[in-house]
Write a protein that binds this ligand. Structure first.
Ligand code: GNR
Ligand code: NI
Length: 182
């Protein structure tokens, strides 16, 4: 298993539309295992393939308290939605940003499992929110797209500043590094 790097807003690769999964093979099972490990390590409650720069229609989630109920959705489609609910969302691709987003309160999803077997499931609460958030990723959409342009620009500037500081901080040796090695 491997931890996969997660793309961060405003990386343009997050805007890619994912293509359907067609091969239910060993490589797909390895990708699912890697995505679950990456999601649990982050830690997050969901992860879409788009976020790890794989542009295929697949996502994983685990909204259980104990984090032992992995769910895998391949080629997911929402076939029915009902009600509206506002809740606070975050995203591993938009670190440390939390904003209110309105979504359908309940959804019915049709998808395939890792062997290609079709199934349908009704979700509500956090699972419904998470699934809609992940399906958006597969269409190149981020939760910040529901905010005002002004708010999104502010978030973009904050993340780009943090990234610049991370990069220059990593390049700079610690003040007493040479004293320590000698
Ligand atoms: O870990 C995550 N938490 C979360 C909280 C509220 C609404 C959606 C999410 S999904 C997010 C992980 C992630 O970025 N998935 O794409
Ligand atoms: Ni996300």
């Amino acid at each position: 298993m491997a931890l996969l790097p997660i793309l961060e807003f405003p990386d343009p690769r997050l805007r890619t539309r994912a293509e359907p999964v067609q091969q239910f093979d060993a490589a797909l099972k390895r990708l699912i295992a890697d995505m679950l490990q990456t999601m649990y390590a982050a830690p997050g409650i969901g992860l879409a393939a788009t976020q790890v720069n794989v542009h295929r229609r697949l996502l994983v989630m685990d909204v259980s308290a104990e984090k032992h109920q992995p769910q895998v959705y391949i080629n997911p489609e929402i076939v029915a939605r009902d009600g509206l609910e506002v809740s606070e969302e975050g995203c591993l691709s938009v670190p440390n940003v939390f904003e209110q987003v309105e979504r359908a309160a309940r959804v019915q999803v049709r998808a395939q499992d890792q062997d290609g077997e079709p199934f349908e499931r009704e979700l509500e609460g956090l699972a419904a929110v998470c699934l809609q958030h992940e399906i958006d990723h597969l269409a190149g959409k981020l939760f910040v797209d529901y905010l005002s342009g002004l708010k999104r620009e502010r978030i973009r500037r904050k993340l780009e500043k943090e990234r610049r500081e991370r990069v220059s901080g990593a390049a700079k040796p610690a003040a007493h590094a040479s004293a320590r090695v000698i």
